[in-house]
Design a protein around this ligand. Sequence first.
Ligand code: FEO
Length: 385
Amino acid sequence: MMKITDDIHYIGVNDHEIDLFEGQYVVENGMAYNSYVIMDDKIAVMDTVDAHFREEWLENLKQTLGGRTPDYLIVQHMEPDHSANIDVFAETYPNALVVASAAAFTMMKQFFGTDYADRRIIAKEGDTLSLGTHTLQFVAAPMVHWPEVIVTYDSHDKVLFSADGFGKFGALDADEDWACEARRYYFGIVGKYGMQVQNLLKKAAALDIQTICPLHGPILTENLEYYVNLYQTWSSYGVESEGVMIAYTSVYGHTREAVELLEKKLTDMGCPKVVVADLAREDMAECVEDAFRYGRLVLATTTYNTDIFPFMREFISDLVERNYQNRTVALIENGSWAPTAAKVMRSRLEACKNITFAETTVQLKSALNDESRSQIETLARELMS
Ligand code: FEO
């Protein structure tokens, strides 16, 4: 088993069998469910793993324990990708205490039919637990991304166990860029809760952290400022990269032609990055992360059943429910007899804070013509201004 520090050991697992993480996210490189053991006078286990890896996790734990028995299971988060083996742990190690927030024990009763009333410690904000040399401090992190979440700071090794925070898609044996899959994970799963993440970052800033041990993705040991800065940008709904994202749907290719023309104009005008996404064919979570990554978003779709094309409807609703804000949005609509897509898209974005709509809206009636080409030229200039 991998060692994180002299006393902290990794006992997590890689999942390459999963089809959809959390029932909806495609994870081409699988998923890691991290779990750790702190070996001290007392032994603490940090979270369990997904139900499919019960035996592997128990074996990892057993090997790491080397004949000793754990004193505590610390449950930071009750989502089943981490909590599924609380019951088997409790049966295997009947003398161990379960440590979690009060809200987590309520969920344990719901999931397992018991809240471990005779063998538990309720961890509140600021509470500490001494293991001997290591002292653990619990920090409440509600809605990052469930209400019962706590994160845990080990002041001896200067390690923050950050629950889902700083996690990413992808198994630990996958060789891939951290930010790409961490951003897709963040906006897919935690995006709505920027304010709560900001609160956690403020608390974390008061701690001397040298290592971050999340429940998914790699253990972060170097250049922590890089990861924290990205989390600051993401949770404050700031712009991470200069450029324009164009998200579109097209039934017969005419709307796509308009999008390609806009892409060319923007590129010719020196736009640093133009990302084009066909919402019907690309991974929706990837499209969502790009909408949050760039400061300018162009939405192009057709009028459909007096509404808009279904994939655009889903995309906008994904943005709205994640508190999409602080962006410039431009609209391209297409319709062969009564185009209303721009109006519909605008009204669907009404709930978003601080959205500036471009003055130019492009209208196609079936296909590009001189007038709509000229509108695209004007829009490109506006987006570059
Ligand atoms: Fe990784 Fe929110 O569970």
